[in-house]
Design a protein around this ligand. Structure first.
Ligand code: PHE
Length: 332
């Protein structure tokens, strides 16, 4: 009997090694290990053997069953692996859009400009600060000395969010709210720059985007003067653009600085290009943040990062920055 079972087991192993799907495997499992299989029937007959024979036959049976069970397990594993690789193959996606022109990705122009700006200012001793893109009227206007009745509110072309009281919540129209958030949290001396996205109701054209990027600068320390502001801007312009680019300040008006100025940089053809606004932090702004203007003075500046990228790469149209045309982007 054991002889026959050995050959049955050998047959089982041979067939299991070739089984091609899970249904066939289940059938073989029943055929060789199920209730009516030769192995199970043989086990039932053990009782009729003499005790000594029963022991050796029992051991042999157990060993044969273990072998067949092992073969079933191995077949199941093999089929599962095959099913998995078949599925992976079927679900594979070809993500190579441009065959044969594999190219490493690169940072977007605006990200490159922002990174360089941060580097230059960090090199001058500034830290980088951040604030939220959705702001309240307090941070975007009031704390910056622009009360509700102030005509300057209109000039910011603010995009309001339909939340809370009318005109209470908005997409920030400049990065200046980060001045307030920084002074609220931190005692002077303060030396920060805050790059980030800003929003206005502008229609996109060659020189405007409704979502754009600014970088804000804020210094608050003892004995800070307009000379420190002019020197800082000059130093930044020289480091960022290279040796022969100069900067100049022109009188201007912002509610949150007094005096205020606009700053320009010189171009190769001798003309000047407006870059941003700046000035000495208004005493009301310091007071709004619990800083004593008799003890501390400061300056602030803000300008557009996208425009800087446009200038640096001499683009004709600022919209190129958001069209995301790879043929354009891969040039940088
Ligand atoms: N926030 C001003 C703007 O967006 C720029 C500015 C910043 C002016 C800081 C003065 C000081 O137009």
């Amino acid at each position: 009997m054991i002889e026959t079972l050995h050959s049955t087991a050998a047959e089982a192993q041979a067939r299991l090694a070739e089984v091609a799907d899970l249904d066939a495997l289940a059938q073989l499992d029943v055929e060789f290990l199920g209730k009516k299989s030769a192995l199970t029937l043989a086990k039932r007959q053990l009782g009729s053997l003499a005790p000594e024979q029963r022991r050796t036959a029992g051991q042999a049976l157990n060993q044969i069953r273990a072998e067949v069970e092992g073969a079933v397990g191995a077949a199941r594993e093999r089929l599962a692996r095959a099913a998995l690789s078949e599925r992976l193959e079927a679900e594979r996606l070809d993500l190579t859009e441009f065959r044969g022109t594999a190219r490493r990705g690169s940072l977007h122009l605006v990200t490159q400009a922002r990174d360089r700006l941060e580097d230059v200012f960090v090199g001058m001793g500034f830290s980088v600060a951040e604030g939220p893109e959705v702001e309240s009227a307090w941070y975007n206007f009031e704390a910056l000395n622009i009360p509700e009745w102030h005509p300057a509110r209109g000039s910011f072309d603010t995009i309001f969010v339909n939340l809370g009281a009318p005109e209470e919540v908005m997409l920030r129209s400049h990065t200046s709210p980060v001045q307030i958030r920084t002074m609220e949290k931190q005692q002077p001396p303060i030396y920060i720059v805050a790059p980030g996205r800003t929003f206005r109701t502008d229609t996109a054209d060659a020189t405007h985007l409704p979502a754009f990027n600014q970088i804000e600068g804020l210094v608050v320390d003892r004995g800070i003067t307009m000379g420190d502001l002019a020197g800082t801007i000059d130093e930044f312009v020289r480091t960022f653009f290279g040796g022969d680019v100069k900067s100049r300040l022109r009188p201007s008006y912002f509610p949150f600085t007094e005096p205020s100025a606009e700053f320009d940089i010189s171009r190769a053809d001798g003309t000047w290009l407006e870059l941003g606004g700046c000035g000495m932090v208004h005493p009301n702004v310091l007071r709004n943040c619990g800083i004593d203007p008799d003890e501390w003075q400061g300056f602030a500046f803000g300008f557009g990062i996208d425009r800087l990228a446009v200038m640096r790469h001499e683009l004709d149209d600022i919209r190129e920055l958001v069209n995301n045309d790879v043929r354009f982007l891969r040039q940088f």
